[in-house]
Each structure stands twice: as C-alpha cells, then as structure tokens.
Design a binder for this molecule. Sequence first.
Ligand code: GLU
Length: 298
Amino acid sequence: MPVPPPAQPVFRFAPSPNGLLHLGHALSAIINHDMAGAMGGRFLLRIEDIDRTRCRPEFEAAIFEDLAWLGLIWEQPVRRQSDHLDLYAAALERLRTMGLVYPSVMTRGEIKTAVAAHEASGQAWPRDPDGTPLYPGRERELTASEQADLVAGGCPHAWRLDVAKAVGRLAEPLLWRETGAGPAGETGPIAADPRAWGDVVLSRSDAPSSYHLSVVVDDALQGITHVVRGRDLYHATSIHRLLQRLLDLPEPVYHHHRLILGPDGRKLSKSNGDTGIAAFRVAGRSPAELRAMIVEAA
Ligand code: GLU
C-alpha cells in the first residue's frame, strides 16, 4: 500500500493588535517564517483581536506594514479572531456540556481583597506561573442547578475551567513535544502541569473568549503543526495541551524561543517605543540590519 506523503508543516505568527510590534515580535515572526521556509511549510498570520477594549485597527494595519517591511510573505486571507467568536462559543459550550466549566462571579477587586486578607494572616496565596493569584471563589462547588440560578440571576460572570476536575478526567499523561527550550532549558517531551494555572478564565462578560480557548481552537482549525513563540508562553502550553485533549484537537509540536530583553533586563512591552519595528524603519535602518541584530543566537 502506498505510504501517504507527510503532512506539510504549517506555522503561524499570531500577534494581538493592541500596540506596535517590537523587536521580540520581529524575532518571533522571522523564526516562524524561516522555519516554514526551511521545512517546505506554510506561513500564516493570525490577528488575535478578541480583546476589543485594547485592540485597534491602526495597530493591525501597522502589523501588516512592519511584517512586509521585514520582507516576510504570508498566506491570504489573514484570519482575524473577532470574525470567529461563534466557534469559541461552541468550544465553551462543549466544555459546559462536559460539566467542566463553572460561572465565577468575583470581580477583580473582590479577588484582590480576598487574597490580601488571606496573606495578611501570614500565609502565601498560590499564584499562577505569571504571578496572578489563583481564583479564590468556590462556585465550582455549587450544584449544577445552583450554578444555573447564579447565571439566571443576571450577575456578570466569567466562565472558568475546573482544572482539577478536567485533569481528573484524563486517561493518559499530558505531555508536549518541545523542540525549543523552556525558561530552565527544558526540551524534548515535557510533562504539562495545568494545575499550576488554577481555574483559568475561558470567557468573560466583556470578552467572549479568552486567549487560551481561542488559540487552541484556531491552531486546530488552521492545521498548525508547529507552534513557535516566545518563552513567555512556555507555561501556557500546559493549559493549551489540556484544552486540546478535552476538545479532541490535534497536538502541534511546540518551539519556544528566547526573548529579547530591554536594557533593564525585562521582557519588551508594546509601549516601549524605542524598540518598535516602526522606530527602526523611521530611523533609516534596513530590514537586513534588524534581522542580523536580533536573529543571532536565536
Ligand atoms: N497573541 C499572543 C501574543 O501576542 C501570541 C499567541 C501565541 O503565539 O500563542 O502574545
């Protein structure tokens, strides 16, 4: 029987249009583009704009302009997450049907107060890998009908994944294949640790889907075989692998690359004007110069 040809690798660069791209984004886009080229693969661009309060059309236009200036070529049409909210809602509904999500009603302020009160007693409150306190609310312990009453009562709520319950449903260990390296150099098969994140938010009243939910839905729908992104998202992979397993989505290979740090040794942020790609362009530097500066040692 003829052996089917191996699937063509598919890479994506997935920025959020909530600011101007900086050198770290340029590095990520270039690595994706070059790996796709080297493997005879496809290179896609995805606009991750579900957070309508922070994303702006002018930043989206600047993404296209900056990437084109860098000499990158991506496939058309570009997928924009805000055009596909129904798909993320369907994924959330599936998890709801499985009894793995619950409505949480504590506001950010209430969470802060509860955690501060706990810590005032001298005991640390657990935090996720990004340093955010785990959700202190107990709505996960309500019965299904109590949860339904809470929602019917009209109180603004977010839907959270009951991570402990979800992990308890897994029949096999949850791993991912890392071809880059984590913060401590981790590579090869990595054991995912979704519990470290606590009950992550999957949708809020002001944002219909979360980054975690939409990224796994889109990576699967676009047939992404290689997720290549900065090391700041290394730990998030644990949640992505859990969602992929729960939703029966395929598992891509993950490659986390080094970050470009600012002069203060911290990760660059979109508000950091002097390290923006556009600032380099305006200063008359060439794309080749920028590439040489950031790609060495990537
Ligand atoms: N949209 C995310 C960001 O701009 C990246 C998502 C990903 O590569 O998984 O940080």
